[in-house]
Design a protein around this ligand. Structure first.
Ligand code: GMT
Length: 380
C-alpha cells in the first residue's frame, strides 16, 4: 500500500506512535509518506520506502495566525495525487482530520478517491476536543473520517461520551518493537554506570514535561525514596514543567541525585538501565512510556487513570495509585527496591505482557487489516 501519515512531529506520544508505525509499515514493504511541518523526531531521514514532505506555511502580515491546516490540506492532496497514495492516516484529530477531510474533498472533485483514517490519542479528545471552540469541528471530522481508531478502550468510551457519536471506533493499542526495546547487557553495564553507582537504584521518568504528567510529583516521590534507599533519578524529556521540577529538586536537597538529560531520540538505550519507572500522570489515555519501560523489564509505578489500568495490572506487572498519592508511590518503590525478587518477578511479567499483547509484530497487522477494511468500504 502507499500510505500518507500526518502527525505532530515534535516530542509527544502521538508523534512517536505515528513515526514508529510508519517505520514498521515500511519494513513490511509499504511505501510511507510523512506529511507535516517538520520531520518527525524519531525519523533519521534515511529509511527505505519512507519519504518526508514538508508543509510550507507562508506568512503574511495580515495573518496573525498562519493557516497551517489549510497548507496541510493542500500538501496532503498534492502528495496523494503525485505519489498515488491509497490512504491517509492522521494522528491526533485536531487539526489533522479536518485537513484530511478537505484534501479528500478536493481530490473527489477531480475524480480521485482518498480515504482517511483518524487515530485518536488522548488530549485531542479529553482536553482539546472537549473545548467548545473545537468540539463541533472535531466531532464533525471524526464522523466524516473513513475510519477511526483509538489507542485504548478508555479513549473509545470517552470519545463516544464526549461527542455522542455512534461511529464505530476500532481500538488499536499503542505498540512497541520488542526487539529494539529490550534489556541488554550494554544498558545494564556502561549506560547504567553513567547515571548510578553499582550499589544505587536507578529510577526513571520519561515524558514531555507537561502539567498533565505531574513531573513535580516524580521529584517528590524520588526525594522520599532517596531518604531510605541509595538511588538516582533519570529524567528524560523536556517541556514547560522541567524548570519547576529542577527547582524542586534543588530545594529538596537532591539536585546531585537527579539527572535531567532532556529530549532523547534513543530512549530504548536508556530505559533498560533503570529499575523502576515513575508515571504519576493526571491522565493517560494509554501511557506509551510505561509500555516502552515494560518491554525493557522496567516496571512502572503509575496512576489509576484513563487507559493505564488496561496496560498495568496492579501488583502483577506494575503498581497503580490514586493521582497525587506520592506517599503511596514512594512506599511501593522502597518496598520493591528492597525486595529484588519481587521487583524481578514484576519486571518479567511486564516484558511478557508487552510481548504477548503489544509487540509491533501483533499490532501492525491489525492496522493493515483495518486499512484494507477501509479501502474496501464504499466511498463516502
Ligand atoms: O501526553 C502526551 O505524552 C502527549 C500525547 C500526544 O498525543 O502526543 O499523548 C497521548 O498519546 C500517547 C500515544 O498514543 C498516549 O500514550 C498518551 O497516554 C496520551 N496522553 C494523554 O492521554 C494525556
Amino acid at each position: 500500500m502507499k500510505i500518507g501519515i500526518t502527525c505532530y512531529p515534535t516530542y509527544g506520544g502521538s508523534g512517536v506512535v505515528a513515526t514508529e508505525l510508519g517505520v514498521e509499515l515500511a519494513a513490511r514493504g509499504h511505501e510511507v509518506h510523512f506529511i507535516s511541518y517538520a520531520q518527525p523526531f524519531r525519523l533519521s531521514g534515511h529509511e527505505d520506502r519512507i519519504r518526508f514532505h514538508e508543509v510550507p506555511v507562508s506568512n503574511y502580515p495580515l495573518f496573525e495566525f498562519p493557516p497551517y491546516s489549510l497548507a496541510l490540506s493542500t500538501r496532503m492532496a498534492d502528495v496523494a495525487e503525485y505519489y498515488d497514495l491509497d490512504i491517509l492516516h492522521v494522528h491526533y484529530a485536531i487539526p489533522h482530520s479536518v485537513s484530511a477531510m478537505l484534501a479528500r474533498q478536493m481530490l473527489a472533485k477531480r475524480g480521485r478517491r482518498l480515504p482517511f483514517v483518524t487515530t485518536l490519542h488522548g488530549t485531542d479528545i479529553t482536553l482539546v476536543g472537549a473545548d467548545r471552540a473545537y468540539l463541533p469541528i472535531t466531532r464533525y471530522s471524526i464522523e466524516e473520517s473513513d475510519g477511526v481508531t483509538a489507542i485504548s478502550d478508555y479513549l473509545r468510551r470517552e470519545t463516544i461520551e464526549t461527542f455522542a457519536t455512534t461511529r464505530p471506533i476500532e481500538v488499536i493499542p499503542n505498540f512497541v518493537n520488542c526487539d529494539i526495546y529490550v534489556r541488554t547487557p550494554e544498558a545494564r553495564g556502561p549506560v547504567r554506570a553513567q547515571y548510578a553507582d553499582p550499589d544505587e537504584a536507578l529510577l526513571v521518568h520519561l515524558s514531555n514535561f507537561r502539567p498533565v504528567k505531574r513531573v513535580t510529583d516524580v521529584v517528590r516521590i524520588f526525594a522520599q525514596v532517596a531518604r531510605e534507599v541509595p538511588a538516582r533519578l533519570l529524567m528524560i524529556g523536556d517541556g514547560p514543567d522541567r524548570s519547576p521540577a529542577e527547582w524542586l529538586a534543588q530545594s529538596l536537597g537532591i539536585r546531585d541525585r537527579v539527572h535531567f538529560v532532556g529530549k532523547n531520540d534513543h530512549v530504548n538505550q536508556l530505559l533498560p538501565a533503570a529499575d523502576l519507572m515513575l508515571m504519576p500522570s493526571e491522565l493517560e489515555s494509554f501511557g506509551l512510556a510505561a509500555l516502552e519501560a515494560m518491554a525493557c523489564e522496567v516496571p512502572t509505578l503509575g496512576t489509576r487513570v484513563g487507559g493505564v489500568p488496561e496496560l498495568i495490572r496492579d501488583g502483577v506487572n506494575g503498581r497503580l495509585f490514586p493521582v497525587g498519592d506520592t506517599e503511596g508511590m514512594a512506599r511501593a518503590a522502597i518496598r520493591l527496591l528492597s525486595h529484588p525478587a519481587e521487583l524481578a518477578a514484576m519486571a518479567k511479567a511486564g516484558r511478557q505482557e508487552a510481548q504477548q499483547r503489544y509487540c509491533a509484530s501483533h499490532i501492525i497487522p491489525h492496522y493493515e487489516r483495518y486499512y484494507q477494511q477501509v479501502l474496501e468500504q464504499p466511498a463516502s
